[in-house]
Design a protein around this ligand. Structure first.
Ligand SMILES: [Zn+2]
Length: 219
């Protein structure tokens, strides 16, 4: 999995597993359970023994894995609806919120407090639904954060629409990545300034679709 993790938050990175996120040229990066596990490893959500156990279970328990994958994607789309509205300062639709609350309730029903040393730890079982549960927990936490207004949507060209969590000091981050969408916007402004009036006004040739986050050099 080479998809870039630019969002500075696991929930928003999960939402950004479609690239670009909007428009007719969207590319889906998660096409099955193995992709989901691969992405979760890449994003640090699944590590060590858990990752191996869940990957193996996905191979031998196809029915459960397929169901878990479908539910994870449904949650991802509900989260996209919620957080794209959060970024636009609009209320989140109640059916998407209900999906999230349902996934979170599932996580609560399956997790357990385990004593580790001098404290307790909330642990989710290593089953095919692990990623969905963990993401639901993180999303609930983010929604309650006082920094929720730092969730933003990239206005980049090519229908980028990726979401990110602005960790900049003065909350001035505008793009999913300065090297990608930010530079393209800069270039467009530059070209606009250079443009002379054309002698005739033939329509411009259509521009090819842009995939803003095609794997390239690390950020
Ligand atoms: Zn972007």
């Amino acid at each position: 999995m080479k998809l870039r993790l630019l969002a500075d938050h696991p929930v928003l990175n999960f939402i950004n597993t479609i690239d670009p996120r909007e428009g007719p040229h969207r590319v889906e990066y998660l096409s099955g359970f193995a992709d989901l596990v691969d992405w979760a490893r890449h994003g640090g959500i699944l590590t060590g023994r858990n990752a191996r156990k869940i990957a193996v279970e996905g191979k031998y328990n196809l029915r459960d894995a397929t169901r878990a994958f479908k539910r994870a994607i449904e949650l991802r789309e509900a989260l996209y609806t919620i957080f794209v509205n959060v970024a636009a300062r609009r209320p989140a639709p109640s059916d998407a919120m209900a999906q999230l609350v349902g996934a979170h309730r599932d996580a609560l029903a399956h997790g357990a407090f385990v004593r580790t040393g001098d404290r307790f730890q909330w642990v989710l079982p290593a089953t095919p639904d692990f990623v969905r549960w963990r993401i639901a927990e993180d999303a609930i936490e983010l929604l309650q954060s006082t920094k929720l207004n730092r969730v933003k949507r990239c206005p980049g060209s090519g229908d980028c629409g990726w979401l990110f969590f602005d960790t900049s000091k003065n909350a001035t981050r505008r793009w999913c990545s300065m090297e990608g969408c930010g530079n393209r916007a800069k270039l467009r402004r530059f070209l606009r300034r250079q443009k002379r009036p054309a002698p005739d006004s033939r329509p411009a040739a259509p521009t090819p679709p842009i995939r803003p986050h095609a794997p390239s050099a690390p950020r």
